[in-house]
Design a protein around this ligand. Structure first.
Ligand code: ZN
Length: 250
């Protein structure tokens, strides 16, 4: 079976549609690591896209705050301003959709792989380094875990010898558009990057294709109409910093 793995859509309809268009025909099921809303101008429309495609999805920290499960006390000022507007803009039906999203990690396809937002241990925890990845890799119930939250695409592996490193096994630099095999016996934390607000210096929408039969992943990027998103944002009280950062991927 082939999966489209996405995360951190952040209410960007244009980025979401670009990913669905680019990946069309290449997958059977969507796996989503959360943060459908927050920051961007189209929260209702993005939820509709995810609901219509019956994506298997865990909740993100922005989803939790947008639907009143959590308060915004951990957010910085811009994120707080954005979530205040998002709460107002969301329809009751879409708020309910967010309230019903499960907390990660959730196991998929028996115990073969799982989805989480932050780390395996804590949905709000950021995993940027091998040190931060170690506990998730070691304690996880499945050999492969897909995570989001950092908006940085990449992977961490835990080898049989207990050595944890950034990337997949011996792959030194992240490669795009090629199938990368995941070795049996190793454990992996894989982050597809962010659809709607990449922060790894590449402004294009990020996603991953996962072939569960061959146990391989492919990292992908696709351009989307950033200016259109920015125009929509300017018609809302969303902060200028959030509008500008999209074109830099930061
Ligand atoms: Zn996010």
């Amino acid at each position: 079976m082939r999966f489209l793995v996405i995360s951190d859509l952040h209410a960007s309809l244009e980025a979401t549609e670009a990913v669905f268009h680019a990946a069309d025909g290449a997958y059977d099921q969507i796996l989503c690591c959360g943060d459908l809303v927050g920051y961007g101008p189209s929260p209702n429309e993005v939820i509709e896209q995810i609901a219509a495609r019956q994506a298997l999805c865990v909740r993100g920290n922005h989803d939790k705050v947008a639907c009143d499960i959590d308060d915004a006390s951990l957010f910085n000022e811009q994120a707080q301003q954005a979530i205040t507007w998002t709460r107002m803009a969301l329809t009751p039906e879409h708020k309910r959709f967010l309230q019903e999203l499960p907390q990660g990690p959730i196991l998929v396809d028996g115990n073969r792989y799982q989805l989480a937002h932050g780390s395996v241990l804590n949905e709000d925890e950021y995993v940027y380094s091998p040190e931060e990845a170690y506990d998730s890799l070691n304690d996880s119930a499945a050999p492969i875990t897909f995570v989001g939250h950092t908006h940085v695409c990449g992977a961490f592996s835990l080898r049989k010898n207990g050595f944890v490193q950034a990337g997949i096994d011996d792959m030194e630099k992240l490669q795009f558009d090629v199938w990368i095999s995941l070795a049996g016996g190793s454990r992996y934390l894989i982050n597809p990057g962010s659809v709607g607000q990449p922060r790894d210096g590449d402004p294009r929408a990020a996603y991953v294709l996962f072939d569960s039969d061959d146990c391989a992943v492919m990292f992908k990027r696709v351009e989307y109409d950033i200016q259109k998103v920015q125009e929509k944002m300017r018609a809302t009280p969303l902060p200028g910093y959030l509008i500008r950062r999209l074109e830099f991927g930061e």
